[in-house]
Ligand binder design. Structure first.
Ligand SMILES: *Cc1c(COP(=O)(O)O)cnc(C)c1O
Length: 459
């Protein structure tokens, strides 16, 4: 033990052991661009990195993201136990591989695949990779049907950016259906009107990242059934259920949007959104083996058997898949139902409170995805971008953004309610919003325009 001199100075030779030894050793210059020539002690390096990250936003107060920001301590523990397991080493880690296969079967069952035990599917890094795989399967099926022209894919202008990436990266023409008036997502008539013999598929989104609304999957399928009856064209549907495929089964069990519709050939979801796992996991399931062309699947030897894989990535940590299984086991259907109902309750309560404030008009109420969007109504001296900026100063991240064609005139704020955003926190947010409005109402005119918007859609 080092004794302090009565003068307050440390004893000579004990300068290493001062009151807060870490911060007395932090170098003045921390390397930012060049690999430092020499290293630091681990606790010092940890503290430097940890401290810098304090300046990031608080993930729990981020009402922009769909991605999970809270898991149970037991899940945190499992995550840490599995960081070092590589998902692709199915030979080395057969139990992890089996947990993945169990999750696939559970999801296939949840989404009513006709033969859930044998529906092909896999985990991915997220919905983006899942959508790439589903899109590639559609494209290959079109090719096998004898497609020779330029393939096209039909979807609403509100699709998440991953579909624009898919079309761009794999040379597929994007046929985007614009929004029109109060129709802020895809409709059956508009989708069918753009289909021809080179359409590889129609993408229906459950739910739209712009406003949380569900697209009419059953209507789209029915319209495509009619198209087939009249023209012979048999066009499959992919459901992008990044969020909704883990909401609708629990909150809207009677809504028919999944493999109960014979035309739905694949479905994806983000395990890290309403699947309630930290970022890094998505899922894609095909209705049956015919929906996933065999020549896209690679077979690797696995414990004497054959392990089929279809993925863009190779190495990936096992943690997210393991904790997805943990959540399924821990919560079960009833647990997910309760969590998602709680989110919907907070979303519909909060949207009603915001509507009652006066200056806002709801575009959605949070009764499909627990997500709602609202605009500034009438002639107010502030814009949605002013509200977003002012709330950011209070610590809340509430994005404001402009809608796509043909509603680029419309700008809105959006709130995503996730597990962990309690009614109590929502109430605190509302109090904050009321205070902010008091100040904004005194402005002469709106200050911030769309240039102030800086967030990635549907992340
Ligand atoms: C979030 C989202 C995606 C992309 O998912 P990631 O898991 O972030 O890759 C795709 N589609 C929709 C509808 C989404 O909401």
């Amino acid at each position: 033990m080092a004794l302090a001199h009565p003068s307050g100075q440390s004893e000579p030779g004990s300068s290493e052991v001062s009151v807060n030894p870490l911060y007395t050793r932090v170098p003045v210059q921390i390397s930012k661009n060049d690999l430092p020539a020499r290293g630091l002690d681990p606790e010092l390096a940890y503290q430097i990195v940890h401290d810098e990250l304090m300046l990031d936003g608080n993930a729990r107060l981020n009402l922009a993201t769909f991605v999970t920001t809270w898991m149970e301590p037991q899940a945190d523990r499992l995550m840490a136990e599995c960081f070092d397991k590589n998902m692709i080493d199915k030979d080395e880690y057969p139990r992890t591989a089996d947990l993945e296969a169990r999750c696939v079967r559970m999801l296939a069952g949840l989404w009513h695949a006709p033969d859930a035990l044998n529906a092909p599917g896999c985990s991915t890094t997220g919905s983006s990779e899942a959508c790439m795989l589903a899109g590639l399967a559609l494209k290959r099926r079109w090719k096998h049907r004898g497609g020779t022209g330029t393939p096209n894919i039909v979807m609403g202008a509100n699709v998440q950016v991953c579909w624009e990436k898919f079309a761009n990266y794999w040379d597929v023409e994007m046929r985007l259906v614009p929004m029109e008036g109060d129709r802020l997502h895809l409709s059956a008539e508009e989708a069918v009107a753009r289909c021809d013999e080179n359409t590889i598929g129609v993408v229906a989104v459950l739910g739209s990242t712009f406003d949380g609304s569900y697209e009419p999957v059953a209507d789209i399928c029915a319209a495509l059934d009619q198209l087939q009856a009249s023209s012979g064209l048999d066009i499959p549907v992919h459901v992008d259920g990044a969020s909704g495929a883990m909401i609708a089964p629990f909150c809207d069990p009677h809504l028919v949007w999944d493999f109960r519709l014979p035309r739905v050939s694949s479905i994806n979801t983000s395990g890290h959104k309403y699947g309630l796992v930290y970022p890094g996991v998505g899922w894609v399931i095909w209705r049956d083996e015919r929906a996933l062309p065999e020549d896209l699947v690679f077979r690797v030897n696995y414990l004497g058997g054959n392990m089929p894989t279809f993925a863009l990535n190779f190495s990936r940590p096992g943690s997210q898949v393991v904790t997805q299984y943990y959540n399924f086991l821990r919560l079960g259907f009833d647990g997910y139902r309760r969590v998602q109902h709680a989110c919907r309750h907070v979303a519909t309560w909060l949207s009603a409170e915001i509507a009652a404030l006066g200056p806002f008009q709801l575009l959605t109420r949070g009764d499909e995805l627990p997500v709602f969007a609202f605009t500034v109504a009438g002639d107010q001296p502030f814009s949605v971008f002013d509200v977003s900026t002012a709330m950011r100063a209070e610590g809340w991240l509430i994005p404001a953004y402009t809608f796509p064609a043909n509603r680029t005139d419309l700008s809105a704020l959006r709130i995503v309610v996730r597990n962990g955003f309690s009614e109590d926190l929502a109430g605190l947010m509302l109090d904050n919003l009321k205070r902010v409005l008091g100040t904004l109402a005194k402005q002469d005119h709106p200050r911030h325009g769309p240039a102030a918007a800086s967030f990635a859609h549907g992340a």
